[in-house]
Design a protein around this ligand. Structure first.
Ligand SMILES: *Cc1c(COP(=O)(O)O)cnc(C)c1O
Length: 525
């Protein structure tokens, strides 16, 4: 059954489902069939009881709404049930293992939430006089110091609101530094390895650079010789992820940094994978100039549902003068927010205010509750978990780098599925039937049919073992010729396979009221 947006509103019958166990409601056990709220509610009734307004003259002129607003009128329990049921259709890290490689979906400790809800932190406003928010400014300053300490860098811009936003910030600082040297017109190329996250070339292009691609060698990492060959007086920067998106540490990073600096360029490091090296190695010591840190990855702030991210950017001494405003400064008088730094070379401002305060509270709580040694252990455990999965699956699933140790994530390819009629997509969909969120599929692009798995340090040994046994069972079935189990999957999800390409290309974001059907009465002769 389709609704008027072309969206299937009921799960298709699962294979083997007979008419005898089709339910009257369309629900499956506790998995309820949930229409849109507009389809549930009627707009000629209301769930609230507000007096009719007294006679008044509207001052909206031509902007006055003439038609009814057409919001569905629901009672409180109806509205509650709608949203609770929708929330139950979400898979979340709170519900189970979330192996989304390159994304560090780790547990969000509840202590973080408790701290973020303290009224003194949650009820303040960015426009409050600074004398009344000294504690909040001190908190931002302390978090900034932790970030600089962990990364071995000189400055940090706190305001970017996601990793990709942080990339823009770091690259804008690099651009400002190059322009200050008078080389803005000549340095207009950014080097990006083939295995990079799509945001890297997108960021470079967004701020006006052209992208020169660098290939990865057979071992999955970038070679110094390839970087050197691509360097020249036109190169503004390299954007390199370390550990990279194949889950491998770029061993030649120091030499690469030196070569880039020698050629007059800057080194932007994509720090999304900091979870593998935090407390083990300081990127600043490796020669990086700018790096974003996804607080919603490494530092456990919520990551699901596109919820508020935070992507502070640490900067080297060379780039520090170009950092955006505002930033927190401290003197005898206390903390203050510097909005206009006199005579500074700051490139300006990234956001209206100072950043994602709620995420700062959560990230600092995570750091303080772990301590330096705990953060290091989190990295070690994350790397251990990924290698455990690699070691337990490499005899049955193939991958270009599975014979060598990985960092926090392990990448398999689809060579082992050859001849089975099962694709990476099918395998991932069948994981849903087993109760797992799929791993990252078809990324990194340099690995054919990639399946990128990142378990994180959150999982117990029992949880990893069950995941591994599940994948082994699935792999055996795929190889034994049970293709239909995969090609038709998921059988048990509320929705079966959707046309994801069409959904992305032609999203229907607006509900339109169905036409009222006019039935003409035909008089019988
Ligand atoms: C997640 C990620 C990004 C982008 O970060 P967002 O916070 O999602 O904007 C960039 N690069 C890599 C390698 C990532 O994993």
């Amino acid at each position: 059954m389709l609704n008027n947006q072309g969206r299937p509103t009921q799960p298709e019958a699962a294979s083997g489902e007979t008419i005898a166990h089709k339910t009257f409601t369309g629900n499956r056990g506790l998995q309820t069939h949930e229409p849109l709220i507009f389809e549930t509610g009627r707009n000629d009734v209301t769930g609230v009881d507000i007096d009719e307004p007294e006679e008044f003259t509207p001052r909206l002129g031509a902007m006055l709404r003439k038609a009814t607003i057409d919001l569905p009128g629901l009672s409180e329990p109806e509205a509650m049930r709608h949203y609770v049921r929708l929330s139950q259709k979400n898979y979340a890290i709170d519900a189970g293992l979330y192996p989304l490689g390159s994304c560090t979906m780790k547990h969000n400790p509840r202590l973080n939430e408790k701290m973020a809800r303290l009224p003194g932190l949650s009820d303040i406003h960015p426009l409050q006089p600074q004398s009344t928010v000294q504690g909040a400014l001190a908190l931002i300053d302390e978090l900034a110091n932790w970030l600089m300490e962990i990364t071995g860098t000189h400055a940090v811009a706190m305001s970017p609101k996601a990793g990709a936003h942080g990339e823009t910030c770091g690259m804008m600082a690099i651009k400002a530094a190059i322009e200050a040297r008078g080389e803005g017109a000549t340095r207009n190329v950014v080097l990006v390895p083939e295995s990079a996250h799509g945001t890297n070339p997108a960021t470079a292009a967004l701020i006006g650079y052209s992208v020169r691609s660098i290939r990865a060698d057979a071992s999955g990492t970038v070679r110094v010789a390839d970087v050197k060959a691509a360097l020249g007086p036109d190169v503004a920067a390299i954007m390199l992820t370390n550990p990279n998106t194949c889950g491998l540490f770029e061993k030649d990073i120091v030499e690469i940094a030196e070569a880039v600096h020698e050629a007059g360029g800057y080194f932007y490091c994509d720090g999304a994978n900091l979870n593998a090296i935090m407390g083990k190695v300081r990127p600043g010591d490796l020669g990086i100039d700018a790096m974003h840190i996804n607080l919603h990855k490494t530092f456990s702030t919520p990551h699901g549902g596109g919820g508020p991210g935070a992507g502070p950017v640490v900067l080297s001494q060379a780039l520090a003068p170009f950092a955006p405003v505002p930033f927190v400064a401290k003197d005898e008088g206390g903390h203050s927010l510097i909005e206009h730094a006199e005579g500074s070379q700051s490139f300006g401002r990234m956001t209206a205010f100072h950043g994602q305060m709620g995420m700062f509270v959560r990230a600092l709580t995570y750091m303080l509750s772990h301590g330096g040694d705990g953060l290091r252990q989190a990295s070690e455990d994350a790397v251990l978990s990924a290698n455990y999965i690699r070691a337990c699956l490499k005899d049955i699933m193939s991958g270009p780098f599975v014979e060598q140790p990985c960092m926090h994530e392990v990448v398999f390819d689809d060579a082992w599925l050859k001849g089975t009629g099962v694709t990476t997509l099918d395998f991932a969909k069948a994981m849903i039937d087993e109760g797992y969120h799929p791993m990252t599929m078809y990324f990194p692009l340099v690995v054919h049919g990639a399946m990128l798995i990142e378990p994180t340090e959150s999982e117990s040994l029992a949880s990893l073992d069950l995941f591994i046994m599940t994948l082994r069972d699935m792999a055996f079935r795929a190889r034994r010729g049970e293709a239909e189990r995969f090609t038709q999957a998921p059988y048990f999800a509320p929705m079966r396979r959707l046309d994801e390409t069409r959904a992305a290309r032609q999203p229907v974001l607006r509900w339109t009221k169905p036409e009222t059907v006019q039935v003409e009465a035909v008089a019988a002769e």
